[in-house]
Design a protein around this ligand. Sequence first.
Ligand code: C2E
Ligand code: CA
Ligand code: CA
Ligand code: CA
Length: 279
Amino acid sequence: AKQSGKGQFRFYDPAFYDDLRSRLRTERMLREAVESDQFVIHYQPRVDVETGRVCGLEALVRWNHPEEGLMEPLRFIHIAEETGLIHSLGRTAIEKVCAQLASWAEANQKCVPVSINVSPRQFQEGSVKRVLEASLNRHHVLPEMVEIEVTENSMMGETEDISQEMDALQTLGVKLLVDDFGTGYSSLSQLQRLDMDGLKIDRAFTSELGRSKEGEILFTAIVTMAHALGMRVVAEGVETLEQARILKRLGCDEIQGYYVSRPVPANEVPPLIERRIRL
Ligand code: C2E
Ligand code: CA
Ligand code: CA
Ligand code: CA
């Protein structure tokens, strides 16, 4: 039916089948990608606003498809999550980051902690700590060199298993960061109970800075609360010097975003780490 007005039966919707076909295609390609190791990790620096130095990196996965080229995660992460492929993708990411940290250390490069994104489904499975610990040991990397980013949303349906897994990671010496803070519904008591080490404030809040006073008020409140709970505050999506300066003035601890650098392949990290950002 061309039109699907009231009471009309939609027996054929080409867009729906196109979507379905492209999803199935992506899913098949993803399976192949996991088997033939088509994933690479790019790294984006985080800068300490006091010193202007790079104090951490975020590992962001890219899919390097032989025909389609380099694909960003928004095109495939949700499909990986729905199909369960996120588990092998997650293990791959952890393994690659640990191997990279080992190779930087071996080359006597300056090293900073690398944070890895872990999706809620991986936490539900309860193997994050086991997989990470095995990778760390295999590559002789200290747990302090790795941090885990958990989205605020994945803490929402927090169960006993998830908080046990988080505790186990912290006992190992791995820091935990709340990702995309401000987009979910975590409560103060929950953040306190889980003893999170830092908050990464979502880009949506950063982009408000310099445009409205409300943006600053919100940031100030979050910074005050986070510091009272002993957490560091990272602002995501910082694109301009103006935003960086406002954030420094508001007491934000670290900034991350295109203003400092886009995510880059591993070979571009060493010179990046030496840079000093003036604010
Ligand atoms: P995220 O964890 O919130 O990562 C930050 C995203 O914002 C990255 O997109 C980064 O490239 C982008 N970004 C950084 N600075 C700026 C900026 O100044 N302006 C703008 N407009 N964007 C900026 P990317 O790499 O496409 O990743 C998208 C999402 O995919 C990530 O969001 C994360 O949720 C997910 N993801 C990435 N790697 C992994 C992974 O290994 N495992 C899992 N489970 N999820 C991952
Ligand atoms: Ca993240
Ligand atoms: Ca804890
Ligand atoms: Ca984020």
